[in-house]
Design a protein around this ligand. Sequence first.
Ligand code: GTR
Length: 424
Amino acid sequence: MKTAVHFSIFLFVCTMSFAQFDTNYEESQVREFNLPNPLTTFAGEKISNISEWSEKRRPELFEFFENQVYGKVPGKLDSASFKLLEENENALNGKARRKQVEVTLSKNEKSIRFTILMFLPKKSSATPIFLGYNFFGNHTITNDANVIVSEAWAMNSEEMHISDHRLTEASRGLRGHRWAIEKILEGGFGLATIYYGEIDPDKYDLSDGLHELFYEKRQERPKNNEWGSLAAWAFGYSSALDYFEQDRDVDPTKVVVFGHSRLGKAALWAGASDQRFAGVISNASGCGGAALSKRRFGETINVINTSFPHWFCRNFKKYNNNEEALAVDQHQLLTLIAPTPVYVASAQDDQWADPKGEFLSAYHASTVYALFNKKGIATNQMPELHTPIHTAVGYHIRAGKHDVTDYDWEQYIKWANEVLELNQ
Ligand code: GTR
């Protein structure tokens, strides 16, 4: 059996050995399955126009994903406040403006805080931006010595020199290769990033982070249909957008939410649950993200729920090795984002994430985009490597491993410029 070599050693060590699962990497071994039609309601009614979609089908699909997959957010915050911690007009050798803004979310007399790091093009106001979480702290995306190191809990990582669950100065800049900051700025966008662990620590313990704010007295975990970590991270993306609506340097109608891997799953759910985003990018989001679950190729529902029991709601465990019982599949997650443009990207060596399943999801979501007169993916034949499709449903597959590369960013920048109709 091929092993999941594309993970960084850190992920491999801290999750578990996948060898215990019987993972399929053979296309010929993919069993036949029924893919639910986005344009047929659960009761079998055909949907043929935008109002039927918006009034009947979208709400029932959304409710299903909320209650059975990612989990519902139990209520609303009491308040959110924002504080500018620091700004500089001449960051990155004079190429950018830098801002660091602290957001405080409060409920039931408890609060959490997170910091948004922003690099903005110098000469523009109300700029479009990409918003994405990082895995090991804002200071890992750049060598800029002024970026604040978060004090939040972190996963240990040899590669990042983290051994006591504390983020460290030693990892400053180590993830710079995943963030094409200069290209983003030259492309007319700003970049905003947040350390995801500040929203909810990525461990099987839902007594902390954002979840804790919403608990009733003596409650220690969410109900079966309530949110896991992915929905909490999605909520964090929306909270950042609430902030952008108050920041004159950002155009809040042009915020493209981006995420890699588990954070790509969170970005897709953010795009489905918050229609204010202007675009959504899933980089190698795989199982529980863009990839079709019913193919059972690479990572499966059983594997993901066993390795990461805190990511989805508890109801989702009903579908472990039981994909036939699932009334939806992940292409329908993409349809919940429509008509907002969505981009799905895969990497050839990332078979764990099932590139073909990610592509087919984008293809099968396209019928709903067509209702809105938006171009999607016209054929179920996967494109060649490095042959991007830049329609309202975008897709590319590149050579290489599970990662975010300059090639990926070049596509996102071009695509976002097109779908947001900038520079015209
Ligand atoms: C893996 C997990 C994937 C993906 C990845 C990541 O261990 O199996 O679903 O989310 O982690 O986030 O890097």
